[in-house]
Design a protein around this ligand. Structure first.
Ligand code: 1GP
Length: 233
């Protein structure tokens, strides 16, 4: 299952702490996106995660749980992605939470469906930056070296540049892509129309669209059209 992500260009990320109508959920799940990721940075509980998962399960679309709270792990997702925030100042988000979760659940974790994401959070105003106390005062060389740490030192499958809420620096993202060979490059942040989706999809392997789902569903759905522009695997 893990290798399937290599074919994914587009992912919608749904936040269990935000409301979405059945109609909008149907549009998202039937949009042609490659997968639905469930995750968020605050207000995530077992109940709201389970509720959203059971609604998504009605559709035949791969599901990912991006785990941020060990008390909100719901069984049944196709994949589990575990963020490791490389620029967090608080080690809890690099290894602390992870070690405690594995201490508790290590014997029963479905390792074959678990992937780590090397995160770099770059929007100083994003909740994820605040929660992890990530240092965003980084230049391009800093970000490129985090990308190299992810691939060359830690052999992580995913490098995720997170601008959550704002659109990132495309020139910098282009250079990130150049230093990655095997590690898949995820980009998320501020993609709220097809033009931005195309710009991001030209530099990243996989784009993640979140907030636009809640702000303008029709524009969010249009971002899936980037898949028509991508080389078929
Ligand atoms: C958030 O990277 C995702 O974790 C997507 O960002 O919500 O800004 O689209 P947006």
């Amino acid at each position: 299952m893990k290798s399937i992500i290599k074919n994914w260009n587009h992912i919608f990320k749904l936040d269990p702490d935000k409301k979405i109508s059945d109609d909008h959920l149907a549009k998202i799940c039937s949009s042609g996106t490659d997968a639905i990721m469930v995750g968020g940075s605050s207000g995530i509980t077992y109940e709201n995660t389970y509720d959203l998962f059971s609604r998504i399960q009605q559709y035949s679309i791969p599901t990912i749980l991006e785990v941020s709270n060990q008390d909100a792990i719901v069984i049944g997702f196709d994949l589990y992605m575990i963020p490791i925030v490389l620029n967090a100042s608080d080690a809890e988000w690099i290894i602390g939470n992870h070690q405690r979760a594995i201490k508790k659940y290590g014997d029963i974790m479905p390792w074959e469906n678990i992937l780590t994401e090397a995160y770099v959070s770059l929007n100083p105003d994003a909740t994820v930056t605040k929660v992890t106390n990530a240092s965003t005062d980084l230049n391009e060389e800093d970000v490129l070296s985090y990308a190299r740490c992810a691939e060359q030192l830690f052999h992580m499958p995913i490098f995720y540049v997170e601008y959550s809420g704002v659109f990132g620096n495309i020139a910098m993202l282009k250079n990130v892509k150049k230093v990655l060979t095997n590690t898949q490059f995820f980009y998320g942040g501020g993609i709220n129309n097809i033009q931005k989706a195309l710009m991001a999809a030209k530099v990243a392997d996989t784009i993640i669209v979140g907030n636009a789902i809640y702000n303008d569903i029709e524009l969010a759905i249009e971002t899936v059209k980037i898949k028509d522009e991508m080389p078929k695997q």
